[in-house]
Design a protein around this ligand. Structure first.
Ligand SMILES: [Zn+2]
Length: 221
């Protein structure tokens, strides 16, 4: 993937740490000086882990995850981080129009030429699906010639079976250290995963943290 000269990039995800999966790609935009805004819908209040070893408690987890998100974005180079204050694991139950309006307002303000989100139905978590659906609907409602591109992440096991090969494959092997640092910034949720990746890399596994892949949303009309 060559990084296009985008006007600006908007990321819309529901949870702090969702951005880890695209952190290599996003850092490439930032290195080119392209503005990136990240709208994170919740504070991951219900995050499964309190750290391993435990470093926080249920009440303080949201505050800590806020800081983890800011730390991770600093590593990636994202300066504009919006925390929208919705509650974890509730996005799927929100009125879809509320989420669509949030996305529409962000598009009006930031005028992005590309939006990164999740591919509905292929992103495992109901909040991920609801977020992707809202982004696609907000963009669909725009006049065709004013729509930003939508690049989506998908990681359900049946993704390639149903969707075929991803439209975009971005080689981020040269950014592995950055990606590990982004994962490590999410101390409570991602340290164990970073350990696993580092062990595999140490054992010579070149497939780890090698590519970030995306499906492009197409509107037929
Ligand atoms: Zn998530």
């Amino acid at each position: 993937m060559t990084i296009a000269d985008e006007r600006s990039v908007l990321i819309v995800y529901p949870h702090p740490d969702d951005e880890t999966s695209i952190s290599g790609t996003i850092s490439m935009y930032r290195k080119k000086g392209i503005p990136v805004s990240y709208a994170c819908l919740t504070l991951g209040q219900l995050g499964r882990s309190l750290g391993n070893p435990v470093i926080t408690n249920r009440e303080e987890l949201p505050l800590l995850r806020k800081q983890e998100l800011l730390d991770a974005c600093k590593v990636i180079g994202i300066e504009d981080v919006r925390m929208l204050g919705l509650f974890d694991k509730t996005i799927e139950f929100e009125d879809p129009e509320k989420i669509i309006k949030i996305v529409t307002d962000l598009i009006d303000e930031l005028n992005p030429s590309v939006i990164y989100t999740f591919l509905p139905g292929f992103a495992v978590h109901p909040d991920h699906h609801a977020t992707g659906r809202a982004v696609i609907e907000a963009v669909r409602r725009l006049p065709a010639d004013q729509r930003p591109k939508i690049y989506t992440r998908a990681f359900a096991h049946n993704t390639e079976e149903v969707m075929g090969k991803p439209d975009i494959v971005n080689d981020i092997r040269h950014l592995r250290d950055l990606k590990l640092a982004v994962l490590r910034a999410h101390k409570t949720q991602m340290n164990d995963l970073a350990d696993v990746y580092e062990e595999k890399l140490a054992a010579g596994d070149d497939t780890v943290l090698a590519y970030e892949t995306f499906y492009i949303i197409k509107f037929d009309e």
